[in-house]
Ligand binder design. Sequence first.
Ligand code: ZN
Length: 241
Amino acid sequence: MKYALIADIHANLEALEVVLEDAQKNNCTHYVCLGDVVGYNPNPRECMKIVRDMEMPCIMGNHDEYCAGDIDLSGFNPHASHAITWTRDQLIDEERDWLKRLKYLRMIANFTIVHATLDAPKRWGYVMSKLDAAASFTYQNTGVCFFGHTHVPLAFVRDSSSVTGGKYDMLTVEKGKKYFINVGSVGQPRDGDPRAAYVIYDLKAGTIELRRLEYDFEKTQAKILEAGLPERLANRLALGK
Ligand code: ZN
C-alpha cells in the first residue's frame, strides 16, 4: 500500500492536478488529505470536488473552518480575511456543510493525521521547532503522524532519549521511534521553494518520501488576479513563501 499525503491545497487546482498525476505515476493506491482544501487561491470548489470525488479521508484545517462558518475575521490579516470572505461567497451551503463536518484528527491504517498539532488540534498552533514537536509527541499513539499547517516540510523524530528535527527528502521508519512529519503544502509552499509538495508513504517498505513538483503557477496567478483576490497571494506563489 502506497499512500499519497497531501496538505494545504488551498484551492490551487494547477498544483493539485500535478500532484495527483505524480502520485498516480508512482503507483499510490491511497490518498489522504490533511486539511486546508480551501482558502487563498481561486479554485476552492474544484479542489473540494476532487477531494470528495476521490473519497479521500480528509481532516479539518483552519481555513476550512474559517470558510465553513461565520467566525469573526476582524483579528485576521487583511489578505487572509479577504480570501476567506471571497471563498465563503463562492461555496454553496452543501459545500460549507461538508467542511463543517470534517474531524480534527483521524487514524488511517497505522498512522495518525492532524492539521496543526496533536496537543491542541483545534487551536492551530505551529510546529516549527523540536520543542513544538515534543508537545505533539506526548499525544502521539502511533509510530507515524502526518501534519501540515506551516507549509514547511520538516521531519521530527523521537527516540528514547531525544527529539531531532529538520529538512528531509526520504526517510525509513524504524521500530522504537516516533515520527511527526510535515508533508509541506500542495498549493502555497512557504519554504522558499515554489514547487508543490506532498509525501508518499510506502507502508510495506516503511519509507516516507517528500516529492516536489513544478506546476504552472503563472496560470494560478492570473486566475487570482482575475478573481480580484489580493495581488500578494499571486506573488508569493512564485517565491514559495
Ligand atoms: Zn494552510
